[in-house]
Design a protein around this ligand. Structure first.
Ligand SMILES: [Zn+2]
Length: 397
């Protein structure tokens, strides 16, 4: 049993609680109570549940800074550059590991890797070596894209995915790349495969208006209507920026820093929403969280549609649940012992009143304010210089 004393902790309520003593037993939180430090290890600042990055394509980290020149463009011109990278990338392990290490620096304790390069062993090994949890969402991709993305058919996808052997800290999920890449009959097979195993199922949905137009012309239905048989409590609609009807159940995953980078538009989250770094234009879930509210302010001229506790839940408990870890992303007895502490004594947040700490962190912190990251009861060894060196090595010139 190890004991931590949090100067401030967010336990899921409207604001932080002062002086919270946590007892950890192995990978779980055994008890949560108010009290003095009493010899426990101190976590100074605000402690939150570990952050869940619910939508990632790790390899796209190599595109940072490389897609901004070349004149006026769109998602579609960006996609050409992404395809060129995917086609030439050899060492998926090194790039994924370095990117996951950057995520660990940012307080991310669980990542959902939406994988269409299908180097699954490399992705699972990368998460294990960095020490963060992973949900590997192996994406069915049958039409379009690059040969590397595609399985010969949905049966070939199912056979490949059936053989995956997740180690500790890894769970599996399924993904339908998009309605463009997976026809409705195949999508149904993927959904049944996931349902039989109780796996989460994720799909890119209505990222672009052109996707809606194509889908209506091809099938006489919107992407969400077409995916109706796949939608359950375990379903996540990624982006859902241009959906024209509400998601009946499951989660919406917003990726605002990617959506703004790609000129995709502003998503409207449904009640349960999660956050993802997607194309890795930045890796900072505080930035993703506040962007949901700040983009809404620009669109509507109204402040306060989403509160800090709602945005914090998107980054923690909702993200964990959408990735198939419902026992994580919360600080309560029995929950997974995944924690992140944000310092309040650095130049960015010094002077924050304790009662404002959650608002200050959600609306002003960056990942550089993260001081401690604990996964499964163990503190990660985080070294920015080492991560920078790994990225330098792993990113193709
Ligand atoms: Zn994506």
């Amino acid at each position: 049993v190890s004991r931590y004393w949090c100067e401030l902790a967010w336990l899921g309520g409207e604001g932080p609680e002062p002086g919270v003593l946590l007892e950890l037993d192995g990978e779980r939180i055994a008890s949560v109570r108010a009290g003095p430090p009493d010899g426990a290890e101190r976590l100074t600042g605000l402690t939150l549940p570990g952050l869940a990055n619910a939508h990632s394509h790790a390899f796209q980290r190599a595109l940072r800074g490389r897609t901004e020149r070349g004149g006026r463009g769109s998602f579609w011109t960006w996609r050409e550059q992404m395809y060129a990278l995917a086609e030439s990338l050899d060492d998926v392990y090194a790039l994924t590991k370095a990117t996951f290490a950057e995520m660990a620096l940012a307080g991310i304790t669980l990542v959902g890797e939406f994988d269409y390069l299908h180097d699954s062993e490399a992705v699972m090994q990368a998460a294990a070596d960095v020490g963060i949890r992973l949900t590997l969402l192996d994406a069915c991709y049958l039409h379009g894209g690059l040969p590397r993305f595609r399985d010969a058919g949905v049966e070939a996808w199912a056979e490949r995915v059936s053989e995956l052997q997740p180690g500790p800290g890894v769970r599996l999920g399924a993904a339908i790349h998009s309605v463009r890449a997976v026809d409705p009959d195949s999508a149904r097979v993927v959904a049944e495969f996931a349902a039989d195993r109780g796996w989460p199922l994720h799909a890119h949905v209505s990222e672009q208006p052109a996707e809606n137009e194509w889908c209506l012309a091809e099938y006489g239905a919107t992407p969400l209507q077409l995916l109706q048989p796949a939608i359950s409590e375990r379903f996540t609609a990624v982006h859902a920026t241009h959906t024209t009807e509400p998601l009946p159940q499951g989660f919406t995953c917003l990726c605002p820093t990617t959506e703004r980078d790609l000129a995709d538009g502003i998503g409207v989250p449904d009640a349960k929403f999660t956050l993802g770094s997607d194309s890795q234009s930045v890796i900072d879930l505080f930035e993703e969280a506040r962007a949901v509210e700040l983009d809404e302010r620009l669109r509507t001229g109204v402040r306060g549609t989403y509160t800090a506790p709602q945005l914090a839940a998107a980054a923690t408990s909702s993200g964990y649940a959408s990735l198939g870890w419902p026992e994580g992303g919360r600080i309560e007895p029995g929950a997974l012992a995944d924690l992140v502490t944000v310092r309040l004594d650095g130049p960015r947040l010094a002077g924050t009143r304790p009662e404002d700490a959650l608002d200050a962190v959600i609306f002003a912190a960056t990942r550089d304010d993260v001081s401690t990251v604990i996964v499964s009861g163990r503190e990660l060894d985080r070294d920015p210089a080492r991560v920078a060196a790994e990225l330098q090595q792993a990113i193709p010139r």
